[in-house]
Ligand binder design. Structure first.
Ligand SMILES: [Zn+2]
Length: 393
């Protein structure tokens, strides 16, 4: 695991403050891979940024190991199921993007850090003829790109010089949290945009997305103040950081300009960020303790299931003293059912075996109780449900 940077990766200020140290021998990636070493988070007093220590040999990790949803073309992640249909993450991202940007087939667009380019493909399908270009730091996505973008509009590791000043719009969906030098990357984006060009970025927000705080490949935990600072320092204006339109994410809009930046007092905003970061540090330390305490109190030989085969479920499994007691993961996602996680079957929640004595709620704490209380087995005798935090917190 790489050491956390001594200097803030956004504003360059020296001497970041230690907020969280998992003190564990391994950490989880955002794809639930177990990687050696602890997760460390530091806070920048100057811009309110939170920086993680990151993955050792990040270049090799993203070239070969970061295989996000490569299995299936149509695979997606669930954003919301509260209505009468499943809304996927890309559906919701498309709705928010369309709301913020006047998309038009005449635009020349670059998707920056696009991975397998699910969003770029969605945009290109909705606006036939749009000038879509793709950029990322791995060759493994090329088979996906080749299906809808010609080779001269693809770039890997570096962009060709003739792309400078070409773009009306640069988009970036969940990429900048992985980039160790975000200030250099945003300067690169500015170079690629036309004067007056628009930049649209979505990154995780630790508010409402506690997992973001401890995943080791997220080297940046952007906050409202640090995202604003990143854009302002790179010469953008019309900066808008929206915390309310995508749960657990910041949606950032900015326009390239050459005008001087306007300073504002962000003391109160930074105090709120620091308090939230300290709350999350306490949450994750407490969650690990709760898992081990409940496990120790269970009768010997009792069987457990983990609800949720995403990050929270993986966190629970990785914190069990005896992970062999877990007989299944439960997940309502049709893309997850039938697969395995750590060699354990992922099944539909309704198929919970009768002899399971403990269900660990491996879900975002914001929704965990609501989801668990609607399960058909919620009131079953001799079944205890373990949450990652006490109610009312
Ligand atoms: Zn900073």
């Amino acid at each position: 695991m790489a050491e956390a940077p001594a200097c803030c990766p956004v504003c360059g200020t020296d001497g970041m403050r230690l907020i969280y140290d998992s003190a564990s021998t391994s950490s989880l990636s955002s794809l639930c891979q177990i990687l050696p070493g602890a997760k460390i988070v530091r806070y920048c007093e100057e811009c309110g940024h939170l920086a993680g220590n990151g993955v050792a040999d990040a270049e090799a990790f993203y070239e070969t190991d970061y295989r996000i949803l490569l299995d299936e073309e149509d695979e997606d992640q669930i954003y919301d199921t509260s209505g009468d249909r499943i809304v996927t993450r890309t559906d919701h991202q498309m709705a928010v993007l369309s709301d913020k940007i006047a998309l038009d087939p005449a635009l020349t667009v670059l998707d920056y850090g696009c991975a397998k380019a699910a969003m770029a493909r969605k945009i290109a399908a909705a606006y036939p003829g749009i000038g879509m270009h793709l950029f990322d730091v791995s060759h493994m996505y090329e088979p996906f790109w080749d299906r809808f973008v010609s080779k001269d509009r693809q770039a890997i590791h570096q962009t060709p010089e003739e792309w400078n000043g070409r773009f009306d719009l640069v988009t970036s969906f969940f990429a900048f949290e992985h980039i160790a030098e975000p200030a250099a990357a945003i300067a690169h984006v500015a170079q690629l945009l036309k004067p007056g060009g628009q930049f649209y970025m979505i990154v995780p927000d630790i508010s409402g997305n506690a997992a973001d705080f401890i995943v080791v490949d997220h080297v940046n935990h952007f906050t409202k103040t640090s995202a604003e600072r990143l854009m302002a320092d790179a010469g953008f204006d019309e900066i808008d950081v929206d915390q309310g339109c995508h749960r657990g994410a910041l949606v950032v809009f900015a326009r390239k300009s050459g005008s001087a930046r306007v300073e504002s007092d962000q003391t109160a905003a930074k105090e709120a960020i620091l308090a939230e970061a300290q709350r999350l540090a306490a949450f994750w330390s407490g969650a690990a303790d709760r898992i081990r305490t409940n496990e120790a109190a269970s009768p010997p030989g009792s069987k457990a299931a983990i609800y949720g085969s995403g990050f929270y479920g993986a966190f629970i499994h990785s914190n069990l003293e005896n992970p062999g007691s877990t007989v299944c993961f439960l997940d309502q996602s049709p893309w997850q059912q039938g697969k395995t996680l750590f060699g354990i079957a992922i099944i539909a929640p309704g198929d919970l075996p009768e002899d399971v004595g403990t269900v660990y709620a491996g879900l975002n704490p914001v929704i965990a109780r609501k989801v668990m209380q609607t399960q058909p087995w919620a009131g079953r005798q001799n079944l205890q449900i373990v949450y990652l935090e006490e109610s009312g917190q």
